[in-house]
Design a protein around this ligand. Structure first.
Ligand code: MG
Length: 383
């Protein structure tokens, strides 16, 4: 298996894009450009690790933008893009393939990465390109001659290389001139660079208006709904945990974890909204690790998975079904607790309760059931 490392360059000082920050740290749809770039590259199954090069004074900005995203390492860049990439390559040390990418291109379609990696099987390097749509002409005091646009392409990143080759190209480069990308450096040592079809999603963000255009390119916000259902048996001598709080009661719920039926239903609703299995998939009851575990960990994990998908939890709605205890006195505390776990304002968390009029297992007080719905939104990019 090839070890494939992505190197993201986020060392620019450019504030042309506005916002008083270098553009790689400016937010687009609530997330810094560099975090978008990281997410879209790191989520590709062939990528084994991501390394980010940033400016000497930018480490705090980068750390804040990345949150808990895992990187191989953060490298301090140089005075030029070329020097920054070289510092990154040296930090990688060893890899089979490296994808070099600019943080100012926040969305990387997985189909482009697939094409680049496939292309490397028959070439020394590969880059995504797009045709030029506008008329091209030379610049001067007055308009110059038209350049045949059919002979031109726009070159994007990520650019894919065999690690040893691009390292050699960097070491060989005569530093009096600054290249604008790595593919030209590879060509300078006599290697061939293949082209694959680029994508307008990869267009670089440079000016303030590019942010709005990129949000539009990112696709439409779509809503997804998941539902969850759970039951646990009531038993003497157990603590009763419900909706993330402890309720004084002569019986408690029996189960492998703390058996908080309400949080289990909510966890399954969130997992359902992103199509990510169920609570048993993520926390197998056969695993002793989860014995007596507080269920808030399950809920927080599911919320983290939604976030990793680029999703935002819009609303959750929980119904607890039991004859006793009375839920009313605890409803506000549950709501506050769940809102805290999901990091949502309370108005986006609903806690309801009902009885089954004395009928069935809940009516006889043998167990408690819970149902939940979760609504999330995310961007549909057509992948
Ligand atoms: Mg359960």
């Amino acid at each position: 298996m090839n070890r494939v490392v992505a190197l993201i360059v986020a060392a620019g000082k450019g504030e042309r894009a506005g916002g008083g920050l270098p553009k790689q740290f400016r937010k687009l749809a609530g997330k810094a450009l560099v975090a978008h770039a990281y997410d879209s590259v790191a989520s590709h199954p062939a990528i084994d690790g991501v390394l980010i090069v940033t400016g000497a004074e930018q480490r705090d900005l980068l750390t804040a933008a990345l949150g808990d995203r895992l990187v191989l390492c953060i490298v301090t860049g140089g005075a030029s893009r070329r020097e920054s990439v070289f510092a990154g390559l040296e930090a990688i040390g060893a890899a089979d393939i490296v994808l070099i990418h600019d943080a100012a291109r926040p969305f990387v379609p997985h189909s482009v990465i697939d094409a680049l990696l496939a292309s490397l099987e028959n070439s020394d390097g590969a880059v995504p390109t797009l045709p030029v749509a506008d008329t091209m002409a030379t610049r001067g005091e007055v308009l110059g001659d038209v350049v045949d646009r059919a002979s031109l392409v726009r070159v994007q990143t990520p650019q894919a290389f065999r690690f040893a080759d691009i390292m050699a190209a960097h070491k060989n480069w005569q530093s009096e001139t600054e290249p604008t990308d790595d593919a030209q450096m590879l060509r300078a040592i006599g290697k061939t660079v293949a082209t694959v079809e680029g994508d307008s999603m990869l267009d670089k963000i440079t000016r303030p208006e590019d942010f709005a255009a990129a949000e539009a390119r990112r696709g439409q916000r779509v809503f997804r709904t998941g539902q969850g259902f759970d039951v646990h048996r009531l038993s003497e001598g157990e603590e009763l945990w419900l909706g993330g709080i402890r309720i004084p009661h002569h019986k408690g719920l029996l189960g492998h974890s703390d058996a908080d039926v309400a949080l289990h239903a909510l966890t399954d609703a969130l997992l359902g909204a992103i199509g990510s299995g169920d609570i048993g998939t993520h926390f197998p009851p056969s695993d002793p690790k989860w014995r007596g575990a507080p269920s808030d960990r399950f809920l927080e994990h599911a919320a983290g998975l939604v976030e990793a998908e680029g999703g935002r939890i819009e609303h959750v709605d929980l119904t607890i079904i039991c004859e006793a205890p009375k839920i009313g006195p605890y409803r506000d505390a549950m709501r506050a607790r769940i809102a805290g776990l999901l990091r949502l304002p309370e108005r986006r968390v609903s806690v309801k309760a009902t009885t089954t009029e004395g009928l069935g297992f809940t009516g006889r007080g043998e167990g408690i059931a819970a149902q939940a719905m979760a609504t999330i939104s995310l961007y549909e990019t057509g992948e």
